[in-house]
Write a protein that binds this ligand. Structure first.
Ligand code: NAD
Length: 325
C-alpha cells in the first residue's frame, strides 16, 4: 500500500521544514495533492524556489522564507500546525567535515528550535529527518536500530544529537517525536549540481551530458538506495503512529544493497551508454557499507515500502531525462 491511502482529518495542517529542498518539496506536493493544508519553512540555502513554485498556485500552500536558527521564526511557523515534518538541515558528510560549526548551528540548534516551537505550539506529532550515517563505524549488516557504532563525521553527530533530543522531548515534555533514518534517498528534484551533489543525480547528469563520472574509492562500497515515495510514506506513517512508538528513531530504507560500481553500470545500461568511469580517492567520513533492516519501522509504523531500487530508478531516470533536456 502506498502513501496515498493514508488519510488524516481533512482540515489537517502540516508544516514542512526545509520544504523547498528535494525531500521537503516532494512532501509538500504529496500532501497538497492529498487535499491538506501545507506550510513550507525554508531559507533557500540549499533548496530552490523552483522546487515549490508550482505549489504556490494552490491556496492551501504557504511559503515562509525563514531560518530555523531563529526560534521566533519556528514558533510563528508552528502556530496552528497539527504535524511537523522537519527536513531542514544541511546534508553532505564531506561538507560537514569542512564546516563543523555551521552544521552544529543549523542541524543541531535549528532542529532543536523546531522541536521546542512544536512543543510550545502543542503540535500533535514531530517527525524529523535523521540519517543512516548515525551507524558510523559499525560494520554490522544489515544496520539495525540499537547497533550503532561511533559516528565518523560532524554531520552524523548532528543527526545523532537530534535523536537524543527527540527522545528527551518525548520523555520530559510528552512531545511525540519520530526520527527517520533515511538511507540514500533518490528521485525527482534531487539536485544534480555542485560538488556535494548526491551520486545518483550527479552520475545521471554527467552521463547525459557526455561527461565521465568519477567513483570515489574502489566502487565496492554499498548503499541501500531508497526511492523518494518510500520516504513520503514513512513520514505519513509516522504522523499516524501510536504515541507508544514516539521518542524513537527508525531505519527508512528499501532494504536492498547495491555496490556503487553496480549502480554505475545500471545507470549506463538504463541510459543506453557504455562509459568507463574514473576512480578517485575514497572520501573521509564515508561509511563503507549501508543496508537497512526495516523491521522496526514495519512493526511500529506500519512502513511497507512500495518501491524497490529498480522500480524507483526507472522513474527517476525518466524524470531527469525530461528535466535535463
Ligand atoms: N537525501 C538523502 O539521501 C538523505 C539521507 C539521509 C538524511 N537526509 C536528511 O533529509 C533532510 C532533507 O534532505 P534533502 O536531500 O532533501 O536536502 P536538501 O538540501 O534538498 O533539503 C534541505 C532543505 O533545508 C533547507 N534549509 C537548510 N538550512 C536551513 C535553515 N537554517 N533554515 C531553513 N531551511 C533550511 C534548505 O534550503 C533545503 O531546502 C535533511 O535533514 C538531510 O540531512 C537526506
Amino acid at each position: 500500500m502506498g502513501y496515498r491511502e493514508i488519510t488524516f482529518d481533512k482540515d489537517s495542517v502540516f508544516l514542512v521544514g526545509g520544504g523547498a529542498g528535494f525531500i521537503g518539496s516532494n512532501l509538500c506536493e504529496a500532501l497538497l495533492t492529498m487535499g491538506y493544508t501545507v506550510r513550507c519553512l525554508d531559507d533557500l540555502s540549499t533548496g530552490k524556489y523552483e522546487n515549490i513554485e508550482p505549489l504556490t498556485q494552490n491556496s492551501r500552500f504557504t511559503f515562509i522564507k525563514g531560518d530555523i536558527r531563529d526560534l521566533d521564526t519556528c514558533k510563528a511557523a508552528c502556530e496552528g500546525v497539527d504535524y511537523v515534518l522537519n527536513q531542514a538541515a544541511w546534508g553532505s558528510v564531506p561538507r560537514s567535515i569542512e564546516m563543523p560549526l555551521l552544521y552544529e548551528e543549523i542541524n543541531i540548534r535549528g532542529t532543536l528550535n523546531m522541536m521546542e516551537a512544536a512543543r510550545q505550539c502543542g503540535v500533535k506529532k514531530f517527525v524529523y529527518a535523521s540519517s543512516s550515517s548515525v551507524y558510523g563505524d559499525s560494520t554490522e549488516l544489515p544496520k539495525k536500530e540499537g547497533q550503532e557504532g561511533k559516528v565518523i563525521s560532524p554531520y552524523a553527530l548532528t543527526k545523532k544529537t537530534n535523536e537524543e533530543y527527540g527522545r528527551l522531548y518525548k520523555e520530559l515534555y510528552g512531545l511525540d517525536t519520530y526520527g527517520l533514518r533515511y538511507f540514500n534517498v533518490f528521485g525527482r528534484r534531487q539536485d544534480p549540481d555542485g560538488m556535494y551533489a548526491a551520486v545518483i543525480p550527479k552520475f545521471i547528469k554527467q552521463l547525459l551530458h557526455g561527461e565521465t563520472p568519477t567513483i570515489n574509492g574502489d566502487g565496492r562500497q554499498s548503499r541501500d538506495f531508497t526511492y523518494i515515495d518510500n520516504v513520503i510514506e514513512a513520514n505519513l506513517r509516522a504522523c499516524k503512529a501510536d504515541s507508544s512508538a514516539a521518542g524513537e528513531a527508525f531505519n527508512i530504507g528499501a532494504g536492498g544493497r547495491l555496490y556503487l560500481i553496480d549502480l554505475y553500470e545500471h545507470l549506463c545500461k538504463a541510459l543506453g551508454m557504455s562509459v568507463e568511469p574514473n576512480f578517485g580517492p575514497p572520501r573521509a567520513g564515508d561509511v563503507r557499507d549501508s543496508n537497512a533492516d526495516i523491521t522496526k519501522a514495519r512493526t511500529l509504523l506500519g512502513y511497507d515500502p512500495e518501491y524497490d531500487f529498480e522500480k524507483g530508478i526507472a522513474l527517476a531516470i525518466d524524470w531527469y531525462r525530461d528535466y535535463l533536456k
